[in-house]
Design a protein around this ligand. Structure first.
Ligand code: PLP
Length: 384
């Protein structure tokens, strides 16, 4: 029986699979079970910022596995405190709560807001994506993910992303927080104007409302700074991360200003696996690599290069409507559905994905080489 037949027999059919199985990776290169090599411009959905099998990450995993993987939050966990201390330092004083995914990090943020503010109304953005649990699906601003799962939480309203007037009009005395992705990823790589988040921060301050930034996809260097809020020169009250935090190992975190996080008391929130030895050791190793190898700066430089090359392509290919992005999250909006580009590029040895039906998204590991990006552009030129 082939793998797709076996999957049909014994797996939930929640994923549309591409017809390959990746079995090995190194930096920005991956190989499938038939030995075919690809340049990875997907990074396991913005997870592998440090690349596949980075030697420091491999060493951290193997050493920790041999010592202890898990003990539970009933005991002190040394790697958890070490990771929290590193995050505290690089963020300028945020406290961490660790969990296992982006959706869980956002759930934790929603709970923290409720306890801190004593109210529950949150304004989020249309076209946003915050996860698949009931509360994070309610926060998400795209109807296609919600169909068949109503009723959802009524406490979320949605405004046009990037539109201050819409946000001002939605604010009421009941608003506890505004929750946004700094740059919308799943929504088709939507970059707001440089002033937008600055204005949102000001509005939140004037109205005594918390600002939550969902950095699950933008975090850890991809946008050209360690966190996207640094690009916009603002500080959120709460922000959430996952994906690249673990360098490939599942871990998420909700980070908050000290006085906000301190309203959480013993028993208010918990996760059996949250922040265990293995997850935190791997995450700390991945974060050290991002800092030591200056991957945010690399993402900024290579991102500018990639965008300029793709804009050249736009001049030659009628089908490209727009090229946009920041750092190494780049979207090519097409005038038609982009799945043919994903397929044809894969056949030519480049892994990409398409979001929002017509936005081909490039999310290479931040260690990708310039020559590899040249190859990707050449393949896109052929395919388009
Ligand atoms: N928030 C954003 C911005 C995301 O892009 C995602 C996933 O793509 C999530 C939250 C959900 O993360 P997870 O799939 O780890 O629950």
């Amino acid at each position: 029986m082939d793998i797709s037949e076996l999957e049909k027999k014994c797996l939930a059919r929640t994923y549309g699979r591409q017809p390959i199985a990746l079995v090995r990776g190194m930096g920005a290169r991956v190989w499938d079970s038939k030995g075919k090599e690809y340049i990875d411009c997907f990074s396991g959905l913005a997870v592998l910022n440090v690349g596949h099998s980075h030697p420091k990450v491999v060493e951290a995993v193997t050493e920790q596995v041999a010592e202890i993987m898990h003990s539970s939050n009933v005991y002190h966990i040394i790697p958890q405190v070490e990771l929290a201390e590193l995050l505290y330092r690089v963020t300028g004083g945020y406290k961490s709560f660790f969990c296992n995914s982006g959706a869980e990090a956002n759930e934790a943020a929603i709970k923290l807001v409720r306890k801190y503010k004593g109210k529950s109304q949150i304004i989020a953005a249309k076209n946003s994506f915050h996860g698949r649990t009931i509360a994070t699906l309610s926060a998400t601003g795209q109807e296609k993910y919600k169909r068949n799962f109503e009723p959802l939480c009524k406490e979320f309203t949605h405004v046009k992303f990037g539109d201050m007037e819409d946000l001002e009009q939605a604010l009421t005395k009941e608003t506890a927080a505004v929750m946004l992705e700094p740059i919308q990823g799943e929504g088709g790589v939507v970059v707001p104007s440089q002033d937008y988040l600055l204005d949102v921060r000001k509005l939140c301050d004037e109205n005594n409302v918390l600002l939550i930034l969902d950095e699950v996809q933008t975090g850890f260097g991809r946008m050209g700074e360690l966190f996207a809020w640094q690009l916009y020169k603002i500080k959120p009250d709460i922000f959430t991360v996952a994906k690249a935090l673990g360098g490939g190992f599942p871990i998420g975190a909700m980070l908050a200003r000290g006085d906000v996080m301190d309203v959480f008391k013993v028993g208010d929130h918990a996760s059996t696996f949250g922040g265990n030895h293995l997850a935190c050791t791997v995450a700390k190793a991945a974060l050290e690599v991002i800092i030591e190898e200056k991957l945010p700066q690399r993402a900024e430089k290579l991102g500018e290069y990639l965008m300029s090359r793709l804009m050249e392509l736009q001049g030659n290919h009628e089908v490209i409507r727009d090229v946009r992005g920041r750092g190494l999250m780049v979207g090519i909006e097409l005038k038609k559905n982009g799945s043919y580009v994903v397929e044809a590029a894969r056949e030519r040895g480049v892994l990409l994905n398409c979001t929002h039906e017509n936005v081909v998204r490039l999310l290479p590991p931040l260690v990708v080489k310039k020559e590899q990006l040249d190859r990707v552009v050449k393949v896109l030129d052929e395919v388009l």
